[in-house]
Design a protein around this ligand. Structure first.
Ligand code: ZN
Length: 293
């Protein structure tokens, strides 16, 4: 599943490719991808003639701010798009990805949504396992109220709110493992299996530790590790794992080299001990028993 660095990489790609993109036509190839409004015609009509003004990210959600043309008779100078037209929100879940297509081509059978501008340039949403979702939240409604998962997100790892005191507060009296705490999107937004394992390795903390037993100095290290690992991964365009693809449809051999994730049985880069794997709350967890206490 794409995590914060991969979603951020997609966001940057969308921002670059969809500069001044005005939606002329929308085709829904699979109804269940549209999560809101429940009527897909309303979704299609809502998006039509919108300028995709800006792309934001919150946790693993992509949020496009939309603008509408003030007067239909005026021809497209961008500043005329002064009326807010709500938001297009996207969650890629397991296997969703976007592809930007310059020349009209046939969609593959996993194509779920197609968005065209007037020159038939296409933003195509493809999703093999089809867990991904899109919402059009019209102006006046709040995406944070309508999309439950979005409204309940904890702080962004790069925000001021995500600090050692905050972590200390949220782990107090928690008997869950620290790994489970990091995966909880209501505690911190955007971390999934890969970056939880990598951050805990980098901080030298065992993923199995009961959250409340983690000391202040370890929390300082953990916070630093999370920020460093995520930033490093964003810098290299995400990891190659998790079926993640960028806007060119690439899932090549670029990206962050992991220290523990999917390195079971391989030597730890610090101590040479073998990396182990075990499940924690249903998720494969990779760690070095010697470096992580
Ligand atoms: Zn080690």
């Amino acid at each position: 599943m794409p995590e914060l660095p991969e979603v951020e990489t997609v966001r940057k790609g969308l921002e670059q490719k969809l500069n001044n993109f005005i939606i002329n036509k929308v085709e829904v190839c699979r109804d269940s991808t549209v999560a809101f409004p429940t009527n897909k015609e309303e979704f299609i009509k809502g998006l039509q003639n919108s300028l995709i003004y800006k792309w934001d990210r919150r946790g693993k959600y992509l949020i496009a701010e939309l603008k509408k043309l003030e007067n239909k008779n005026i021809q497209f100078p961008q500043e005329k798009f002064s009326i807010n037209n709500g938001f297009l929100v996207v969650h890629l879940r397991m296997t969703g990805y976007f592809k930007f297509i310059n020349n009209l081509t046939q969609p593959c059978k996993h194509t779920r949504i197609r968005v065209f501008d007037k020159n038939n340039k296409e933003l195509r949403y493809i999703d093999v396992r089809s867990f991904g979702q899109m919402w059009w939240i019209k102006d006046g409604l709040s995406p944070y109220k309508i999309i439950k998962g979005l409204g309940s997100l904890g702080p962004e790892p790069f925000s001021k709110e995500f600090n050692t005191n905050y972590l200390k507060k949220v782990i107090a009296k928690r008997t869950k493992s620290i790994k489970a705490i990091l995966l909880d999107q209501t505690i911190v937004a955007g971390i999934g299996n890969i970056y939880a394992d990598e951050s805990l390795y980098s901080a030298g903390i065992s993923p199995f530790r009961e959250a409340q037993t983690i000391k202040k100095n370890e929390l300082i290290r953990l916070k630093e590790s999370i920020v460093t690992v995520l930033k490093k991964s964003i810098g290299s365009g995400g990891t190659t794992f998790s079926d993640f693809r960028d806007l060119e449809g690439e899932n090549g051999n670029f990206g962050l080299q992991t220290n523990v994730y999917r390195r079971t049985g391989k030597e730890c880069r610090k101590c040479g001990n073998l990396i182990e794997r075990q499940k924690i709350t249903g998720r494969s967890t990779h760690w070095c028993p010697k470096c992580q206490k």
